[in-house]
Design a protein around this ligand. Sequence first.
Ligand code: GDD
Ligand code: MN
Length: 360
Amino acid sequence: MTPVELTIVAPTYNERDNLEPLVRALSTHLDGLAWEVIFVDDDSPDGTAARARELAQRLPRVRCVHRVGRRGLSSAAIEGILASTAPYVAVIDADLQHDPSLLPRMLAALRGGELDIVVGSRYAEDGRVGEWTETRARMSTAATRLARLVVTAELADPMSGYFMMTRAAFDGAVHRLSGQGFKILLDLFASSPVPLRFKEIGFTFRPRVSGDSKLDSLVIWEYVLLLINKVTGRQIPPRFMLFCLVGAVGVVVHLVALRLALELWSFSSAQALATGIAMTSNFFMNNVLTYRDRRLRGWRLLTGLLSFCLVCSLGAVANVGVASAIFERDYDWWLAGLAGAALGAVWNYGASSVLTWSRR
Ligand code: GDD
Ligand code: MN
């Protein structure tokens, strides 16, 4: 067998019925080339990974990387590329919205040696977004404008999820990639140590035939985080930034609750109540934002809250103790409250990552 020249990485989440049509389309368009497709599936409940393995048993060009306990389009794409040994790698959506007939042209362009990356673009000449709702189209335009903050390259479509690049260009950027969220292309351009030599090829973004889009409010949230991460330097992990944000909101919740409770109670009881309220609201905010990928649902929400309260109770005792001690030294109520809350926050972070949202 000839060595693989082109690996196509297709991240999947609940795409079971799209795998076979995609493989068929790839076979048609890449006929005569030494290619393979790697499905990177995040343990989809619909059994996508099992379907990919079935396909792979029939067709040696198909491979499957099955990830457990993790989510994310970007990180799936990165791991798929890392699992390949080919000199050229492409990333494509598995839902057939990206036109696979572009692939041979992308490969031909890269083989010339003058380019690092070829992007399938919805906004380049001939590119179309196809049948999109007005909201979706507006969101996309806004996100594209924001992308200009971190990507200087004159890309018409920095938000595209469809591209092919050389192994060398990927290797140059891989250690600096954030891997967060949906925007792998943006991440690549922002992370490459040298400006990527690129070309865009227009295509029409097709409507989805089977399954649902995973682009939700949290994907937008992750996108904003990716931008912040790239603008503020790459040292701060996004999860920690989320935690700080939740913590900051928690402090506001705490202080408002404390101020209200002080109307009725002594400082210690008021601070204890405010701590409880802040703890509960922090739990829910962290569950939706900070630990989105390990989000607790259903009855586990209850046990999670319980364990969160339990593991943090020690922190809460220290919180109230420290705050009361400071308050007794005649410091302002808000300063005392703030110091107690800060101590509690450190506890929440350490305890929650290990116990409440532990990786299963
Ligand atoms: N492994 C894995 N893990 N795959 C995922 C995940 C995940 O958490 N989330 C989504 N995917 C896969 C989907 O199964 C699909 O194959 C592909 O990533 C794109 O997901 P969609 O949910 O279909 O995204 P979209 O069509 O709304 O968005 C596409 O267009 C955007 C441009 O507006 C994507 O290509 C985006 O990257 C692109 O920015
Ligand atoms: Mn899609």
